[in-house]
Design a protein around this ligand. Sequence first.
Ligand code: GLN
Length: 491
Amino acid sequence: MSEITGKTIAELRDGIRGGHFSAREVAEAYNAAVAAARLLNAYTVETPEDALAAADAADKARGSGELASLAGIPLGIKDLFATKGVNTTAGSKILKDFKPPYESTVTANLRKAGAGMLGKLNMDEFAMGSSNETSTYGPVISPWRRQGSNVGLTPGGSSGGSAAAVAASIAPGVTGTDTGGSIRQPASFVGISGIKPTYGRCSRWGIVSFASSLDQAGPMAKSVRDCAILLEAMAGFDPKDPTSLAAPVPKWEAGLSSDLRGKRVGIPKEYRIDGVPGEIDAHWEQGIEWLKDAGATPVEISLPHTKYALPTYYIIAPAEASSNLARYDGVRYGLREVPEGGNLDAMYAATRAEGFGAEVKRRIMIGTYVLSAGFYDAYFTKAQKVRALIKQDFRKAFERCDIILTPTAPSAAFGIGETTDPLAMYLNDVFAVPASLAGLPAMSVPGGLDGQGLPLGLHLIGNELDEQGVLNAGLAIEERAGFTARPERWW
Ligand code: GLN
């Protein structure tokens, strides 16, 4: 790791502004690091020229006045974000070679802030997964390894390439998306920070849709401050997204404070679930102690519908996905399979059979089943009602507390190929999904290592629009955890 790639975004920004190094030097260091880390399979496309062009623009602007907030900072972009003229495939064969003629609002915002792009990041197909094993490009390999073992581990998912890139210092920061945990669980697995803002903070325009009522973009980076800097650039009202929030974007970085005096931290008793390793519980206790040390008072809270969150998610998300994915028909985008002598229906069927992977097909089948005439009320309508109750749980809880602390995931990273049962895979998001269903901001920050030397994350859930509260509690943990562990380089 060069001196430059070891730095945070805040340090890079300040270094470029202060003339300690040029933006070109930063882009060159990262381009070289990306090219030297292909074994991780984190990037699906590399765009070194893009990073260099933004760097040169920043170096030029430095001489002539004000620099934008991310001037010359090169970022990795999850392959779910449409990037004009650059492959955008959502990790799926069905979008193979798709080059959008437009740019997503979030990446356009990052560009406006002066950022460049290092490349597109590998991910689970259509963001469905918790291990990055469903990608058409093959799994991402986590830079982390268990102590004394060289078994390949997953970086989590679906933003697995994003997580691995930050942990391996082949991007100082990245975009991720989170429908039911896909920013937070991978951040936890690789020892970095990641925040999913309130639903509607970041425009979904130009992000390939998975489950539209849940999908949110957010940043992943080495520090809480870096997440604040990135989120500030990504967020904002967008008339092109009808679910975009017409709320001003706060100055989250300037508002950072780890003084939590007077704050109440809710500890939900329903999150103490059977089968979770003792280490996860102990880590959670440690987190409570850190927040107390920062001045906060812990209070026990109840989120009684927590146990229904995962089944509710696995009805609503596939239902929306089955509808969103109906557009991949071989006519408008990407792959087209035309069987000899086949008619239009045969083309649809062949294209979808060939283009979608097993997990995506499973979700489409579950989704169409729960939406079918005979089962709609039993499953979909019921799930919507439970979702309303889950939201209500949080509303009541936030009358008694300001922030909620839980573990991010029920385990540390697992090995590639180790989790084959889909239900076991779905369990990864047991702590992450309730906040998604309620549309609340939530963040994972690294707290320490488990007995095998793998990172564990702590999870903070905030009230609607209170990203500042989430970031501040994250900062309080970050300062006390002093988490500086980095994977030893083997790639
Ligand atoms: N792992 C969850 C799923 O597979 C969440 C994915 C996500 O947040 N995109 O649906």
